[in-house]
Design a protein. Structure first.
Lengths: 258, 364
């Protein structure tokens, strides 16, 4: 008898079947999947190159089923620049956390964006250094407790958390910059759309593309996975508003200037 | 190609192009800017890649990415810039990537000055960055040799899948000499670059990395590197001898431009009846230690004189090679000051006088 059951949800070809090392409740796995689905949908896995950062996703190359480079801390955009300049026919993406991109790699990301490098950055912002054990990041919220600000982040001494996509949007060079979150199915769908659009722009060699993904870190936030999702919704999103900050389709800027 | 008059920096750039390295990343720093200026003009003509990065830190990491494609890539810089590149050089050595880095050295430490020096010998030959690795280091003494070694550097980088560094003092970059650059660099065949990241089409993904969290795997990687360095020590030692003769009492050891000045000094000393020979290391890693041992321990040699534009950096390797067999005297100038032939001769005279029998004393 013919089975009526059909498999409608499978592992993307762009992911390996390895079990990840990510903590329970961490959304790195979801983001990996969204990137992989985008590569699958666009049929570019076989000409994709990922660049892994230093941070929790340092081992991302074990989970993606495409060629990968493992970069020094913060330098993924420089590696991506060098590679893509020589192989403009390939699809290149960096996958970076907030310590990697917004602290030690600030120079590399700003200049890559400003040169309009035709690669895609997946910027995973969980407001903390994860792999090293929960230290303060440039994105840590005011008052947020970490192992290096046990009294809560004091912005008088450490400055305000950096809003990366807004900062990059201030550059004159065209880019596609959007902030998304992955804490609810609805947000995941939106995030997937943004990531796929970024890769599509890259395939068209239109502009630099960066998607900032707000992500959870229950372990270093000292929260249960459920509490972490709520904290992301209630605390992170108000400071890091979601949405598209820059798109070559609409060159108008927020201040009305064109 | 006929001989033409060329500035060192430009000759280096053209030699790289002839070796198939049409991918260049740079950051401005004196005294090597002519390489970047030359490449920025030439790359669009031949559909190569020229990119001025935001810092030497970024440039070296761009090389990391670019080299991963399997194509020949290079950068040029000078001492403080090379310091900034050490991070990526360590990673590229660990990940076994072939790149060529040229250091047109200026005086240090710190911002130092912009005049010629050889004070980055330790940095180049002893690792520079963190971890158990070496780069293959070549040091030309003429512009023609800079051209030849530049092309060879790309071959050796590919042969060993390791960073190769060519170091020249500022004069190598700034001096003009007649050179002959072949239309195309001919080299022994190399194996296909199956390690390059070219897209996982019909094969498993290629991962280019230096991370091995399992200590056994990291040790395995270090052993692979160590085997390569041992092979370099067997196959890539290069040096040149000048006026080595049984009548010599003195052996002078110098590299790069300094060696040419020593040649002039040796010619002049000969007229004064002092016969000395020159040993010029061309490969600084691997260091020609066996050959130096052989020359130093020759019965006729009573003194070894090491001359550098630094404070006795290569001299440590000479001492290591000579294992105390003969007295070694060092003379060097720093700050961008180049020892003159007369200064070298003065050192040689002192050593020769010291060995002369004292007047009024009978030989035992």
């Amino acid at each position: 008898m013919e089975s009526k059951e059909k498999i409608i949800f499978t592992r993307p070809e762009s992911l390996t079947d390895r079990i990840t090392h990510y903590c329970p409740g961490c959304t790195h796995g979801v983001i990996h999947r969204l990137v992989a689905e985008a590569l699958d949908n666009l049929g570019v896995r076989e000409k994709a190159l990922g660049v892994a950062p230093v941070g929790c996703s340092v081992l991302a190359y074990n989970y993606f089923n495409c060629d990968f480079l493992e970069a020094p801390h913060g330098r993924a955009p420089a590696l991506a620049t060098g590679f893509k300049r020589l192989r403009p026919d390939m699809i290149v993406f960096t996958y970076q956390g907030d310590g990697d991109l917004a602290s030690i790699g600030m120079s590399e990301i700003i200049h890559s964006a400003n040169r309009g490098e035709k690669f895609t950055t997946i910027f995973v912002n969980n407001a903390v250094y994860g792999m090293t054990g929960g230290q303060m990041a440039p994105t840590t919220l005011e008052g947020q407790i970490t192992t290096t600000c046990p009294q809560g982040r004091n912005v008088a001494q450490t400055g305000q958390p950096i809003r990366m996509v807004e900062l990059l949007a201030a550059l004159v060079t065209p880019a596609y910059l959007e902030r998304v979150a992955v804490h609810t199915p609805q947000h995941i769908i939106k995030a997937k759309r943004a990531i796929q659009k970024a890769f599509k722009y890259q395939m068209e060699a239109r502009c630099f593309t960066l998607i900032e993904v707000l992500s959870t870190c229950p372990t270093n936030w000292g929260k249960t996975p459920e509490e972490a999702i709520n904290w992301l919704e209630d605390d992170l999103i108000p400071y890091y508003p979601l949405g598209c900050k820059k798109d070559p389709e609409s060159l108008e800027r927020d201040d009305g200037a064109v | 190609m006929a001989k033409i008059l060329m500035k060192g920096n430009e000759a280096i750039a053209e030699a790289a192009i002839k070796a198939g390295a049409t991918n260049y990343f740079c950051y401005p720093i004196t005294p090597q800017n002519e390489v970047a200026e030359y490449m920025s003009k030439r790359m669009p003509e031949i559909d190569g890649v020229f990119l001025q990065g935001e810092s030497e830190l970024a440039v070296a990491n761009m090389l990391f990415g670019a080299s991963s494609t399997g194509k020949r890539v290079f950068t040029t810089s000078s001492s403080p810039g090379i310091s900034l590149m050490q991070e990526a050089i360590s990673y590229m050595a660990g990940a076994q990537l072939p790149v060529v880095i040229v250091n047109i050295m200026r005086g240090g430490p710190g911002l130092g000055g912009i005049l010629p020096a050889q004070s980055d010998y330790f940095q180049a030959t002893k690792g520079g960055g963190h971890g158990d690795y070496r780069v293959l280091v070549l040091a030309p003494s003429t512009i023609q040799e800079a051209v030849d070694l530049m092309m060879l550097s790309f071959h050796l980088a590919d042969k060993y899948r390791n960073p190769v560094m060519m170091i020249g003092d500022g004069m190598i970059g700034q001096m003009m000499e007649s050179v002959e650059i072949p239309e195309k660099y001919t080299e022994p065949e190399l194996p296909p670059k199956t390690w390059a990241a070219t897209g996982a089409r019909g094969r498993d993904p290629i991962i280019i990395k230096s991370l091995y969290l399992d200590p056994n795997l990291l040790e395995d990687n270090c052993s692979i590197l160590e085997e390569k360095y041992d092979r370099m020590k067997k196959e890539e030692v290069r040096f040149e001898l000048y006026k080595i003769a049984p009548k010599n009492k003195l052996l002078i050891i110098a590299y790069g431009t300094m060696a040419r000045i020593c040649q002039t000094a040796i010619d002049e000393l000969e007229k004064e009846g002092i016969s000395a020979g020159l040993f010029r290391p061309i490969s600084l890693f691997p260091f020609p230690e066996d050959a130096i041992y052989k020359e130093v321990t020759k019965k006729n040699i009573s003194d070894v004189l090491v001359i550098e534009m630094s404070t006795a950096q290569m001299c440590e390797d000479v001492e290591r090679a000579a294992v105390g067999k003969k007295p070694i005297t060092f003379f060097g100038r720093t700050g961008g000051i180049v020892p003159s032939p007369e200064e070298v001769m003065e050192q040689a005279r002192k050593l020769t006088d010291k060995r002369k029998p004292k007047p009024g004393k009978k030989k035992a």
